[in-house]
Ligand binder design. Structure first.
Ligand code: FES
Length: 150
């Protein structure tokens, strides 16, 4: 992510300390993670110490200090989804993407996580990609859905 883009984000939200979280959220949304250079630029322009930025970036789950894929895949492995075949869905995602939960592929296409309940148990097994819910997915449908994301 280049500095010009980061400056644009900072200018949009106002160059002041109170804009910090909004600026970080915007960088995270556009870049999928928060590189050190970006944080340094934000600290310099907003006049916020790096220790404070680091604290916020590690405290909120929305932020990542390591590269993340363009698409975030969550597979529910809660009880309701488990009994409806969540493991087979997870196995399919692992086969198609080549990554395991907690990992990101080398092309930065997908990041994969498991969760314990997405709050829509009747739709199990549930896969969520970038916040979009795919319910009652079979392994075949899972592979098909993943192919639609570049
Ligand atoms: S257990 Fe999967 S959505 Fe609730």
């Amino acid at each position: 992510m280049d500095l010009a883009r980061i400056d644009q984000i900072i200018d949009k939200h106002g160059c002041e300390e109170s804009s910090l979280i909004q600026v970080l959220l915007d960088i995270q949304a556009q870049n999928h993670w928060l590189p050190k250079e970006a944080l340094e630029r934000v600290g310099e322009r907003l006049q916020v110490p790096m220790t404070r930025i680091q604290h916020i970036a590690t405290f909120y789950k929305a932020f990542s200090l390591v590269p993340k894929g363009r698409h975030r895949v969550h597979i529910c492995v809660g009880t309701a989804c488990h009994v409806r075949g969540a493991q087979r869905v997870l196995d399919t995602v692992q086969d198609v993407t080549g990554i395991r939960p907690g990992e990101t592929d080398l092309d930065l296409r997908f990041s994969l996580e498991t969760v314990n309940c997405l709050g829509c148990c009747a739709l199990g097994p549930v896969m969520e990609i970038d916040g979009k819910t795919h319910g009652k997915v079979t392994p075949g449908e899972t592979a098909e859905v993943l192919r639609n994301y570049d």
